[in-house]
Design a binder for this molecule. Structure first.
Ligand code: GDP
Length: 326
């Protein structure tokens, strides 16, 4: 480990800048003395190795934040396994190899807490990686993300590339996906409860039993942690980024009902999967480096709900699945 990498004057490519994470990293970088590089999917297909290499040769980033990924909640993951595995493998392999070829100084790869074994000891330490079977509902995404971590480690060992990886907890915040079939639980419940309040409905349906526990991190906290890691961390091991605190889905639903101001009844649909029973990360590695989360859940939910209310007219209703040409 070493510290003090200076972002000043660097060309920083945020791959995936339209996603919730990428957009938060761009907001965070806006106050830094660096040149921000972004490119939309209509101009660069990240699944195309040649195109990625040509673009990087042309743009010469010094730093890459690899936040581009096919992401989705428990249902999307479970129902589109090939898309989740193929697209994520291609995106990360193409960018990491092109970063080596174009001598990128630092690359930060974004993983996820779902890479850890389904029944990992809680709170989950980074050392739990590959110590047990994965949660079946998101194994496709997890396998691709584990490959990305291993690529960073392999390129560090074989080529001396200073590539690192960070594993965020379940994220939420402005720019989240509020489509009920593909989203994660927090935006889904925020939208369902908001719409119930608008319609005057007395019940809201929550998938599963309400008993699973999850850790939620505001995406602005994540963006701050990622810049911290780029500056102060240069090691092979992934670093967990979270609050270190979890909440049962049933309690999340009640907290959201308070934030929205809806006093109806929550009903559970045990026909839908619970997924991993508990997911909370040990964040002591990051705390020892000197960073801890600042945005509490109630405060983060309130500000995200305010964002949702002022943007709900323009939110994407659904995300088309991109099927690669044969
Ligand atoms: P996970 O962390 O990979 O399991 O992803 P999710 O955020 O999609 O789901 C977390 C938990 O919330 C699971 O137990 C889901 O069954 C539960 N859940 C309850 N209601 C919903 C909902 O409306 N949408 C989603 N995505 N999950 C829900």
């Amino acid at each position: 480990m070493s510290g003090g990498f200076d972002l000043g004057g660097r060309r920083v490519w945020v791959a995936g800048h339209r996603g919730m994470v990428g957009a938060a990293v761009c907001r965070r970088l806006a106050g830094e003395d660096c040149t921000l590089l972004t490119v939309g999917r209509e101009r660069l297909d990240l699944r195309d190795q040649r195109a990625v290499l040509d673009w990087m040769r042309d743009q010469r980033p010094d730093v890459v934040v690899l936040a581009a990924a096919r992401v989705g909640g428990i249902h999307a993951n479970d129902s589109q396994p090939a898309v989740f595995l193929y697209e994520n493998l291609m995106i990360e392999a193409n960018i990491i190899e092109a970063a080596r070829q174009t001598a990128v100084e630092r690359l930060l790869f974004l993983g996820s807490s779902c890479i850890y074994p389904r029944l990992a000891e809680q709170p989950i330490r980074e050392s739990s990686l590959l110590t047990g079977p994965l949660e079946p509902t998101n194994q496709w995404y997890a396998v691709a993300k584990i490959a990305g971590i291993k690529l960073c480690q392999a390129y560090r060992r074989q080529y001396g590339c200073r590539f690192i990886s960070a594993m965020p907890a379940n994220l939420y915040g402005p720019g989240d996906n509020f489509d009920l079939t593909t989203s994660h639980v927090l935006p889904a419940l925020m939208r369902k409860i908001h719409e119930a309040a608008e319609r005057g409905a007395e019940t809201v349906e929550v998938w599963g039993t309400g008993r699973p526990r999850r850790e939620f991190l505001h995406v602005d906290d994540l963006a701050d942690a990622l810049l911290f890691l780029l500056r102060h961390y240069d090691g092979e091991e992934p670093v967990n980024v979270g609050t270190g605190e979890d909440i049962a889905i049933a309690d999340l639903a009640r907290t959201l009902a308070d934030v929205v101001g809806w006093s109806g009844r929550i009903v559970y649909d045990p026909g839908k999967p619970d997924g991993t029973p508990r997911k909370v990360m040990d964040v002591s590695r990051l705390a020892d480096l000197g960073w801890t989360a600042r945005i509490g859940l109630t405060e983060g939910l309130a500000s995200t709900y305010a964002w949702f209310r002022s943007n709900s007219g323009t939110l994407r209703q659904s995300r088309p699945v991109v099927v690669p040409a044969a």
